[in-house]
Design a protein around this ligand. Structure first.
Ligand code: ZN
Length: 251
C-alpha cells in the first residue's frame, strides 16, 4: 500500500495544483491528509471541493484552522492575521464545503496497526511537535510505530530507537528537492511531510510525501509553484498582505 501524504494546504490552490501535477505519474493507492485544508489562503472552496470529490475518499483528520474556520471554535488564541483569515474563510465558504469542513474528524486516527496520523500531536490536535520532549509525549500517546503529523509546517522526523531498555531519540530536518528514507523495522518514527500551502522552513516550495508501507520507504518531495499568483489572490481577496508575502520566502 502506498500513501500520498499531504498536510497544511491552507487554501493555497496554486500549491496544490503543482503537487497534483507532480504526482500525476507517481503510484499511490490512497490520499492521506493531516489537516488544515483552509485558513490563511484565498482558495478554500477550491481546496475543499477537490478533497470532497477525491475517489477513493481521503483518510483525513481536521486541523486547528479547519476547526476555527468551520465556526466550531473561537479564534481567540489565534494571532491577528490568522483570526482575520478564519473570519474571511467562514464568510466565503459554500454551504457544502462548510458542511464537509465541520464534519472532519478529530485525530489521531489509526491508518493500520502500524501507522497513525494526527494534526498536531497524538495527544492534542493543537500541540506542536518541535522538541524531543514534545516527540516523546507524542510517542507515548499511541502504540503505532509510525505516526505522521503536521501543524508545524516543518518537514522533520523524530526517530525513537530502543536498545536493551535504553532509548535514544534523534531529530532530523528533512530538506531538499527529493529525499528517500528507509525506515528501520525496530524503530519508531514521527514524521512531518511539511506543508503543501504554507512552508515555514525557508524553502518556499510546496512539500509532500509518499509512503510505501510494505517497504517502509518514505519519499519526500519539494515542488516549485507560482507562489506569486497565490499571493496576488490573497491580496485581491483583502486578506492580510503578510499572508501572501510569507509564501515567497517560505516563512
Ligand atoms: Zn497549519
Amino acid at each position: 500500500m502506498r500513501y500520498l501524504i499531504l498536510s497544511d494546504i491552507h487554501a493555497n490552490w496554486e500549491a496544490l495544483q503543482a503537487v497534483r501535477a507532480h504526482v500525476r505519474r507517481k503510484r499511490y493507492d490512497q490520499v492521506v491528509f493531516l489537516g488544515d485544508a483552509v485558513g490563511y489562503g484565498a482558495s478554500p472552496n477550491q481546496v475543499l471541493s477537490w478533497l470532497r470529490e477525491l475517489g477513493p475518499p481521503p483518510v483525513m483528520v481536521r486541523g486547528n484552522h479547519d476547526r476555527v474556520c468551520a465556526g466550531l471554535d473561537s479564534a481567540e488564541y489565534f494571532n491577528r492575521y490568522a483570526r482575520d483569515a478564519s473570519a474571511w474563510t467562514l464568510e466565503h465558504l459554500d454551504e457544502r464545503n462548510l458542511e464537509y469542513l465541520r464534519a472532519l474528524p478529530e485525530g489521531p486516527l489509526g491508518l493500520t496497526d502500524e501507522v497513525a496520523v494526527c494534526h498536531g500531536s497524538s495527544v492534542d490536535e493543537d500541540t506542536y511537535i518541535f522538541s524531543a520532549y514534545d516527540a516523546q509525549l507524542a510517542f507515548d500517546g499511541l502504540p503505532h510505530s509510525i505516526i505522521f503529523f503536521g501543524h508545524t509546517h516543518i518537514p522533520s522526523m523524530f526517530m525513537l530507537r530502543e536498545n536493551n531498555g535504553r532509548h535514544t531519540l534523534k531529530v532530523r530536518l528533512l530538506t531538499g528537492r527529493r529525499l528517500v528514507l528507509d525506515l528501520e523495522p525496530e524503530s519508531r518514527y514521527l514524521i512531518n511531510p511539511g506543508s503543501v500551502g504554507q512552508p515555514r522552513d525557508r524553502d518556499p516550495r510546496a512539500a509532500y510525501a509518499i509512503f510505501d508501507a510494505d517497504q517502509r520507504r518514505l519519499y519526500l518531495y519539494r515542488v516549485s509553484y507560482r507562489a506569486s499568483a497565490a499571493r496576488r489572490r490573497i491580496l485581491a481577496a483583502g486578506l492580510p498582505p503578510v499572508l501572501g508575502d510569507r509564501l515567497l520566502y517560505g516563512a
